[in-house]
Write a protein that binds this ligand. Structure first.
Ligand SMILES: Cc1cc2nc3c(=O)[nH]c(=O)nc-3n(C[C@H](O)[C@H](O)[C@H](O)COP(=O)(O)OP(=O)(O)OC[C@H]3O[C@@H](n4cnc5c(N)ncnc54)[C@H](O)[C@@H]3O)c2cc1C
Length: 399
């Protein structure tokens, strides 16, 4: 597939995208799953969904250059697909990279058009930062695997059709080996999804219990017992997806929200507030550029590397700064709101949700560890359990 796109072709494609988005986007729908599905379906009908993926797998069969143009134009319009970041930013590239031809034909078209929603099922109560300590078991029984265990913090499991699950397939191997990845139908018998209630009034993530869940052998994703390498690849895609949301151009969405509030409350006249707003402007501009660099590397054919942790960590630092400034400017209105769809609600939910930025997708400490040893080349943490069979480790509930 060629990546070269002439200026005339790029402009014609940008016009096509702009016409579609002008007719199909509505402000305030960024976190609405039904609106996201509906929008994505229309995008697929217009031949603009899954831009760089081959048409036999439901993509548009275009180039990464087209995708870049799409991202740039999309920044001019309200975002409609915030709820598809996991389906499309994480599960789709993993299906594409590790799936067999049969799996890609079966699953990718529905994923791309959002006829199915997908979630990532890695974390367990005793395995978050150290996800290789996971205890969910997958045991082979004829043409099927039987899964038992618990996942937690699974974003959007309650609206998802499929989960990409990692489970232990060989407890005699050390903890990073002996893990495999599966595509699991979340409507299967034995899957119980319990929503977790959040501080902002929402229920975005879940506990998920697996009791004798049968998964066809054909739904093993990638190589058996190579799940750790695939999980690491998915986490890299995740960091790029989180760290480069809206990476089409240099933008400052949180700054824009804060300026609006500062004007409304009169705080804009305060020199200290103006200074804080400028800091936010600079931080968001820098973050956009880091994100654009990550995207450009992916466009050049590089798999996302540990550099994705930079954007992810910076998003979290910006979220913390946003919280402090929002509290100064808006006072109680930054944590409590009335009615729905109000500007107050948007500010408060962004404020309250900012607390998760330093945890979801790997905590700040873990990003700093990754940047330390894999970007800066500092010595690695001492690891005492790398060569011990998993069954002999004292992790989670295993004693
Ligand atoms: C909003 C949200 C959405 C999420 N969505 C999903 C999802 O869809 N799918 C999924 O699988 N998971 C999801 N998660 C889970 C997330 O990946 C984990 O919460 C995260 O990896 C941290 O794991 P933990 O909560 O078990 O904390 P722990 O790993 O127990 O960490 C506790 C503290 O110890 C620190 N720490 C741990 N190890 C080290 C170390 N080696 N060096 C320095 N400090 C360390 C951590 O930084 C943290 O401060 C989500 C979490 C959130 C908040």
């Amino acid at each position: 597939m060629s990546t070269a796109l002439s200026t005339t072709d790029a402009e014609a494609f940008a016009d096509q995208v702009r016409t579609f988005l002008a007719a199909n986007t509505t402000a305030g729908k960024g976190r609405n799953i039904d609106a996201a599905r509906d929008f994505q379906g229309r995008l697929a009908d217009a031949g603009l969904a899954g831009i760089p993926y081959p048409s036999e797998y439901g993509g548009a069969g275009l180039t990464l250059e087209h995708e870049k143009v799409f991202r740039q134009v999309a920044q001019e319009f309200p975002m409609m697909t915030g709820e598809l970041v996991i389906s499309h930013g994480m599960c789709l590239p993993v299906l594409n990279e590790f799936g067999t031809d049969e799996q890609k034909r079966k699953y990718m078209p529905d994923n791309i058009a959002a006829r199915t929603i997908w979630c990532q099922m890695f974390s367990e109560p005793g395995a978050g930062s150290d996800v290789a300590s996971l205890q969910m078991r997958a045991e082979r029984d004829g043409d099927e695997w039987i899964l038992n265990g618990q996942k937690v913090w699974t974003t959007l499991a309650h609206v998802s059709d499929y989960g990409i699950v990692i489970a232990r397939t060989d407890p005699d191997q050390p903890k990073h080996a002996g893990i495999s990845m599966f595509i699991v139908d979340l409507r299967a018998d034995g899957v119980e999804i319990r929503p977790i209630h959040q501080i902002d009034g929402g229920s975005h993530f879940n506990e998920v219990f697996f009791t004798d869940v049968r998964v066809p052998a054909a739904d093993l994703l990638g190589e058996m017992n190579n799940g750790w390498r695939q999980a690491t690849a998915m986490l890299m895609y995740e960091r790029v997806a989180i760290g480069s949301i809206g990476a089409g151009k240099v933008a400052q969405p949180m700054y824009d929200m804060l300026v609006k509030w500062a004007r409304q409350s009169g705080a804009i006249d305060d020199a200290v507030v103006r200074d804080e707003l400028m800091q936010m402007y600079i931080m968001e501009s820098t973050k956009s550029m880091v994100a654009m660099r990550s995207r450009a590397e992916m466009k050049a054919g590089k798999a996302p590397g540990p550099g994705g942790s930079l954007g992810k960590l910076y998003s979290s630092i910006i979220a913390r700064r946003f919280r402090e400034i929002a509290q100064n400017i808006a006072g109680p209105a930054s944590v409590a709101w009335e009615g729905t769809d109000s500007a107050e609600e948007l500010l408060s939910s962004t404020m309250l949700n900012s607390l998760q930025a330093g945890i979801a997708g790997g905590t700040d400490e873990i990003q700093r560890n990754i940047i330390g040893d894999r970007v800066l080349g500092l010595p690695r943490d001492i690891s005492v359990d790398r060569d011990v069979a998993f069954k002999d480790l004292r992790v989670g509930t295993q004693r």
